[in-house]
Design a protein around this ligand. Structure first.
Ligand code: HEM
Length: 208
């Protein structure tokens, strides 16, 4: 049966839901941000304004989920990386995870401060307004706009690296890495005999 919390062997359903939900949300935010940014500023077409407002609201949702995810991560077991991974790869994997966490916060926070510097309050789906973090400052706004853009590129690059590594583990090395982040059914169904053999707990491993 699926468990809520993580174990040393795999992620629980809450961590999985946050991971996959946020993966979709962040991918959508990058696409929406890039699309809205290249639309013209002038004219009667309000599409750009509507899309930027939606981008901001979803960005604040991503910030809230990042807080929830960090709290869940700190209060839960951290599943072990797959056995036999060279030490440098373990360091790189943990470092990439750490950078992804940093960007999950830095990206929405720079957006929020940028909006405050532009003198435009951030609303959360019409339910409430967030406080302005800084006063109107055009120079700061331009700086944060560039920073927000570059952080978006960094996030895209790191996610590509992260996804590439996950897919290599799954399809080339055929180990447990990706299955640790998938619901139990996917972890036991449709595996190669090699993959299935590796899902059995080691005799010394604590049972879940
Ligand atoms: C915006 C997209 C993504 C972000 C920000 C992200 C972020 C993270 C982070 C921070 C972790 C560390 C676990 C944690 O503390 O929560 C993680 C683990 C993991 N992610 Fe992602 N992820 C993304 C997309 C994906 C995708 C598309 C895949 C697969 C194709 C994937 C596969 C995995 C796997 C397999 C792990 C577990 C690694 C392990 O512990 O050995 N991620 N992800």
């Amino acid at each position: 049966m699926a468990q809520f919390g993580n174990t040393k062997q795999c992620y629980g359903i809450v961590a999985m839901a946050l991971h996959w939900g946020m993966a979709g949300l962040l991918a959508g935010l990058v696409v929406l941000g890039l699309y809205a940014a290249q639309l013209p500023d002038v004219g009667f077409d309000k599409t750009k304004i509507r899309l930027v407002l939606l981008h901001k609201e979803l960005g604040i949702l991503a910030l809230m989920l990042a807080g929830l995810r960090l709290a869940w991560r700190v209060g839960n077991a951290l599943p072990r990386l797959v056995e036999g991974l060279p030490e440098w790869q373990q360091v790189v994997a943990r470092f990439v995870h750490l950078c992804l966490y940093a960007l999950m916060f830095a990206q929405p926070v720079t957006g929020w401060v940028m909006s405050s510097a532009a003198g435009i309050p951030v609303s959360f789906f019409g339910l409430f307004y967030l406080p302005d973090l800084v006063r109107y400052d055009e120079y700061l706004f331009r700086f944060l706009l560039a920073l927000h853009q570059w952080l978006g590129y960094a996030l895209t690059l790191l996610v590509a690296l992260h996804v590439g590594a996950a897919l290599e583990h799954h399809f080339v090395l055929r180990d447990e890495t990706l299955r640790k982040m998938l619901p139990a059914r996917a972890r036991t169904d449709g595996l190669s005999p090699r993959g299935r053999a590796r899902t059995r707990p080691l005799p010394s491993a604590p049972s879940r």
